[in-house]
Design a protein around this ligand. Structure first.
Ligand SMILES: Nc1nc2c(ncn2[C@@H]2O[C@H](COP(=O)(O)OP(=O)(O)O)[C@@H](O)[C@H]2O)c(=O)[nH]1
Ligand SMILES: [Mg+2]
Length: 453
């Protein structure tokens, strides 16, 4: 545990010393882990509604603490942690509790908080990690109508803090709901290293062909949604206490012994959560660093483009003004007196003002367009033209899809004028890249040495 604490301390130091100053200048939001004390290791349960998240929690804790059922039972998140007594607290208590590092949750709004619950129970497992149950995902159209809070932001908040994320699917909806896909592609982009994919309720398959078909569909959907090199391993499980009896089916289902082993592996992964912590702290730091580098490079491109327009129109205005001065002087030489010269001067002054205002208008248009995804996509393509031309950089594209919204928010509060100049930005970026290649891997090695000792 002391290695873990030491790694957390060093990671926080790097956040504060190397990442935060640049992040603040560029209105970039660092992950929650960088802002708050780490708190207890925790496991986040995500997935379609009625895929068995709450049932799995009950199975793990060997008690019926969470409500389960086929109809959507929950519309908010529930945190389960250790307490001497079984108790339930509301969201307000959770966010204001001094020993729970969850104050930042307040920014998700009152609708989110009013649906948040904290349950304590005297289960020894919960002494070493907390569990977070989430409301099931639904189709986008339904989601927009029924949820009064930003579900994706809630998921992102807990996912950044989590040490393990279990993503549940069931034979009914193997990855096809719109909300599931968008959470996987956007909200969890870059956090795949803590993700375990679970196909639950395998007892519902009546034969191997059904199982193979669903497994194939799920893999296919995942390959499109999770854009990492390797497709994550899928754990196929069922919960014995919910198993449909053979007589209910009328037909015998597939042999289930093998899936018992798979369930044990998942349970083992959950029990290992505390030891994943130190590794995750470093992975989070790398993830945050990479995002910040990408964001900084993008800011650099945008600020350069902005300054190009600015310089161009300042240059044109100055040239017109200079031409005006020369022409006025020339006019005075040819037609002595002010009569003609003043008209020439007026024409040129108006032309200068015209150019100046035109430049201002173009800059305003440029800033306005930064709220559009298409413009940001173009800026991303310009920034990483070389990298993207050389090979298929799925990783860059995936990171970009998770960062796009942040970039859009940034440029609603940050003017390209306020981005530090090109040289200072390039220096900061180089320093960060060095940190990612050198200092942080060293930190990772220190964990391995620490655990070997
Ligand atoms: N056949 C079968 N049913 C399950 C299994 N796990 C959960 N269920 C059922 O699925 C329904 C939804 O479960 P629940 O835990 O509420 O899903 P949640 O919405 O993801 O939390 C409940 O009626 C459970 O009885 C399983 O492994 N096999
Ligand atoms: Mg549930």
């Amino acid at each position: 545990m002391s290695v873990e604490r030491e790694v957390s301390r060093k990671a926080l130091e790097i956040y504060d010393r190397d990442l935060r100053p640049l992040a603040e200048k560029l209105a970039f939001e660092l992950p929650v882990r960088a802002k708050e004390p780490p708190g207890l290791p925790n496991v986040l349960f995500l997935g379609n509604h009625s895929s068995g998240k709450s049932s799995f929690i009950n199975h793990l804790l060997e008690t019926d603490v969470q409500k389960t059922g086929l109809a959507p039972t929950d519309d908010g998140f529930t945190i389960l942690c250790h307490g001497e007594q079984k108790d339930t607290f509301d969201g307000q208590t959770v966010t204001t509790h001094p020993s729970l590092p969850l104050r930042n949750l307040n920014r998700l709004g009152p609708a989110f908080i009013s649906r948040l619950k904290l349950k304590t129970l005297p289960n020894p497992l919960l002494k070493s990690f907390a569990l977070i149950d989430s409301p099931g995902m639904i189709d986008a159209i339904g989601a927009a109508n029924t949820r009064e809070y930003d579900f994706a932001s809630g998921v992102r908040f807990f996912a950044e803090k989590a040490d393990l994320i279990l993503f549940f699917f069931d034979p009914d909806k193997p990855g096809t709901t719109a909300e599931t896909i968008s959470i996987l592609t956007q909200t969890l982009a870059g956090l795949e290293y803590k993700l375990l994919i679970i196909l639950n309720k395998v007892d519902l398959f009546q034969n191997i062909r059904d199982f193979a078909r669903t497994y194939g569909t799920l893999s296919w959907n995942l390959s499109k949604a999770i854009r990492t090199k390797d497709i994550p391993h899928i754990f196929n499980i069922y919960l014995p206490e919910h198993r449909k009896s053979v007589s209910e089916h009328g037909i015998s289902s597939i042999p289930l012994q093998d899936f018992d082993a798979s369930r044990s592996e998942v349970l083992e992964e959950i029990r290992r959560t505390p030891t994943r912590r130190a590794d995750n702290v470093v992975s989070d730091l790398i993830h945050a660093g990479r995002r910040l580098v990408m964001h900084a490079k993008l800011c650099n491109t945008i600020s350069l483009d902005y300054r190009k327009i600015q310089m161009k129109w300042m240059g044109i205005s100055t040239a017109v003004l200079a031409a005006g001065i020369v022409s006025t002087w020339g006019a005075m030489q040819i037609w002595p007196g002010w009569e003609i010269a003043s008209s020439v001067a007026t024409v040129f002054l108006l032309a200068t003002a015209g150019c100046w205002f035109w430049g201002r208008w173009l800059l305003k248009q440029f800033v306005g367009k930064l709220h559009e995804y298409a413009t940001l996509d173009q800026m991303f393509a310009d920034t990483f033209r070389n990298e993207l031309a050389l090979q298929d950089r799925t990783d860059l594209n995936a990171m970009w899809s998770g960062l796009k919204e942040t970039a859009r928010k940034t440029f609603s509060v940050l003017s390209p004028r306020d981005v530090p100049n090109f040289f200072s930005m390039s220096r900061s970026i180089r320093k960060l890249e060095h940190l990612m290649e050198d200092d942080i891997p060293k930190l990772r090695r220190s964990i391995n040495q620490g655990t070997e000792d």
